[in-house]
Design a protein around this ligand. Structure first.
Ligand SMILES: NC(=O)c1ccc[n+]([C@@H]2O[C@H](COP(=O)([O-])OP(=O)(O)OC[C@H]3O[C@@H](n4cnc5c(N)ncnc54)[C@H](O)[C@@H]3O)[C@@H](O)[C@H]2O)c1
Ligand SMILES: O=c1ccn([C@@H]2O[C@H](COP(=O)(O)OP(=O)(O)O[C@H]3OC[C@@H](O)[C@H](O)[C@H]3O)[C@@H](O)[C@H]2O)c(=O)[nH]1
Length: 388
């Protein structure tokens, strides 16, 4: 709403939000927290579910369309009384059924917190059906915000370092607005996530989600706080359970080295990334959800590597065959330079000052220590045993 001031300027006044749903009042007296994880059958989502399930007060609901996720990632929880897999139309189905839940469809479920992760993350998969990716980011996020608004849940969006595009500022602080190609092959993902962030803040402002100053009543204030938005900007994350043929660089290099195939470094190989181990990521996401800050907050490991350095490190830390070790020369796996894809960002490194100060978070696992943990998981799934 705008009104004219004495000097003729327009001054914006804020519209008070609607009265919160009565559901907001009841949920804070429940002993248990019901937590929805969209994309919970995926790589980061399934590790997040594991961590949330460790707390006996949490009931976890996962929705997923299994585009890049898998029920295998959640097999330890299937049948557990505090865990549900859901299909859309709001019907709980037996966990033995083939499940299909798409966040582009509205979802009705009573929850207290929403971790909204659903979206393919590997460039190969998000480019595969670009229109579906942008629908997932835009319609999927609208649906989850609608749900959050309706039931008074706090919602966390997993945004991405890709909102900085091919950054001209290095390292990237959250205040940097980015350098994104709006019509490129990656736009369905990076522009999609940018719109998702916009929607989060528009709901936050327009519907009074998380605006305590709107109410004078102390009880109402706490209710408003309980429904705030949270935005995490995640940087390249790796670890066990990544799809073996996911296409992302760390999983590619580990799978290639275990298969004795050349490591495919995309030209020029001097482009940089910062790699965060998945347990650090999950810790950061939970701290963000539980804290008082909306974000956006970068969550990532500031250790920065060129892709050639990463390939060399993988060669060094992965255990190779006995023959290679006995040769006392570098293992037989080679590095092969291959063509790159359009709009590949040249550099990426998070400025994590905000995460340190506001969440008391910083990553603990170094790349050198995280790679062997992933190797173990890949060996099991590929059926490649350690030879030395
Ligand atoms: N892993 C990373 O390096 C990284 C970096 C930045 C941001 N992120 C974000 O974190 C989230 C999780 O990433 P991830 O690495 O676990 O990816 P992932 O592909 O392993 O997991 C995504 C999950 O979402 C599901 N999904 C996709 N579209 C869906 C839809 N329309 N409806 C319901 N489910 C759907 C997939 O089946 C999968 O289980 C994503 O939002 C991604 O954009 C990840
Ligand atoms: O086999 C490969 C694959 C990839 N690469 C290079 O490795 C770098 C990283 O590529 P990845 O495919 O792992 O992914 P990116 O870092 O580009 O995006 C990643 O981080 C941001 C997230 O939002 C995305 O979901 C995630 O995929 C790129 O420069 C790419 O050219 C290789 O050199 N070889």
């Amino acid at each position: 709403m705008a009104k004219n001031t004495a000097n003729g300027d327009h001054q914006t006044t804020t519209k008070p939000p609607p009265t919160p749903s009565p559901l907001r009042f009841s949920k804070f007296f429940q002993p248990n927290m019901r937590i929805l994880v969209t994309g919970g059958a995926g790589f980061i989502g399934s590790h997040l579910v594991d961590k949330l399930m460790e707390d006996e007060k949490n009931e976890v609901i996962v929705v997923d369309n299994f585009f890049t996720g898998s029920k295998d990632n959640l097999k330890r929880w299937i049948g557990h009384p505090r865990f549900e897999l859901r299909r859309h139309e709001g019907v709980t189905v037996s966990v033995t059924c083939l499940l299909f839940v798409d966040v582009t469809e509205p979802l009705l479920v009573e929850v207290d917190k929403i971790y909204h992760l659903a979206c393919p993350a590997s460039p190969i998969f998000y480019k595969y059906n670009a229109v579906k990716t942008i629908k997932t980011n835009v319609i999927g996020t609208l649906n989850m915000l609608g749900l959050a608004k309706r039931v008074g849940a706090r919602i966390l969006l997993t945004s991405t370092s890709e909102v900085y595009g091919d950054p001209l500022v290095h390292p990237q602080p959250e205040s940097y607005w980015g350098n994104v190609n709006p019509i490129g092959v990656r736009s369905c993902y990076d522009e999609g996530k940018r719109v998702a962030e916009t929607l989060m803040f528009d709901y936050h402002r327009q519907h009074g989600i998380g605006c305590p100053q709107y109410s004078t009543d102390a009880f109402m204030i706490s209710m408003h706080f309980a429904t705030e938005i949270r935005i995490a900007r995640i940087f390249n994350t790796y670890g066990p359970r990544m799809n073996i043929d996911d296409g992302r660089v760390v999983s590619n290099f580990i799978a290639q080295s275990l298969r004795d195939e050349p490591l495919t470094v995309q030209a020029p190989g001097t482009q940089t990334r910062s790699f965060c181990y998945v347990s650090d990521m999950v810790d950061g996401l939970i701290r963000l959800m539980e804290g008082d800050n909306t974000g956006p907050i970068n969550i990532g490991n500031p250790g920065e590597f060129t892709m050639i350095e990463l390939a060399e490190l993988v060669k060094e830390v992965i255990t190779y065959s006995q023959e290679a070790a006995l040769c006392l020369i570098s293992p037989k796996v080679e590095i092969k330079m291959v063509e790159n894809t359009p709009d590949d960002p040249r550099q990426r490194k998070p400025d994590i000052t905000k995460a340190k100060e506001l969440l008391g978070w910083e990553p603990k696992v170094k790349l050198r220590d995280g790679l062997p943990l992933m190797e173990e998981d890949f060996r099991l799934r590929l059926g490649v045993s350690k030879k030395i």
